[in-house]
Write a protein of this length. Structure first.
Length: 179
């Protein structure tokens, strides 16, 4: 048998859940309006942490998040660290191709690398490996299939070198960029 005190407590619990739920969705919509729709999951995580009153657990790569009150909302103070000078030069062709591949086919890996500030060092490393591997494959192809004499037949030499380069590039892309 449920007494009146237990009924009042149950009603209070239901009302408080409704209030928290309404507050949660109001905050979520506000964050969703502030950030891009594809970052809705990040906003959902932040709003959940704000409403529950807890901070995210410290993991291997997690830093504590500091919040700033703006009106009725707590907004996270998120900023990227200053990149070293060698990372400020633009990416090359293979680094951009790797970034597009990660963004399109490996979104979880892309987001992890981006949020832990390891994306651009990874892309630089892939770019260097791609150039080294391309040079190695090209030298192997030319060693087993030497080109014709450039002075005697320039068009045949250009055609042979183009085919060898395209073959080496296809092999390198499969090994380094698209894996």
């Amino acid at each position: 048998m449920i007494n009146s005190r237990q009924k009042k407590q149950a009603v209070r619990n239901i009302n408080s859940r409704r209030y928290v739920s309404a507050l949660f969705w109001r905050c979520y919509r506000a964050f969703h309006a502030l950030y891009a729709p594809e970052q809705g999951k990040v906003a959902l995580f932040i709003v959940t942490a704000i409403i529950s009153g807890t901070r995210p657990r410290k993991g291997r790569n997690m830093r504590p998040i500091i919040y700033t009150r703006v009106g009725d909302y707590l907004l996270p103070d998120i900023a990227l660290s200053e990149p070293p000078p060698e990372l400020t030069e633009p990416l090359g062709r293979y680094g951009r191709m790797r970034r597009a591949f990660l963004r399109e086919h490996r979104p979880i890996t892309y987001n992890q690398l981006l949020l832990t500030e390891r994306l651009f060092p990874h892309l630089r490393e892939v770019q260097l490996k791609a150039h080294e591997r391309l040079d190695g494959i090209m030298s192997d192809i030319l060693m087993f299939n030497p080109p014709p004499d450039k002075a005697a037949d320039g068009l045949a030499w250009a055609s042979h070198m183009t085919k060898a380069y395209r073959t080496a590039e296809r092999m390198m892309l499969d090994e380094v960029v698209y894996n």
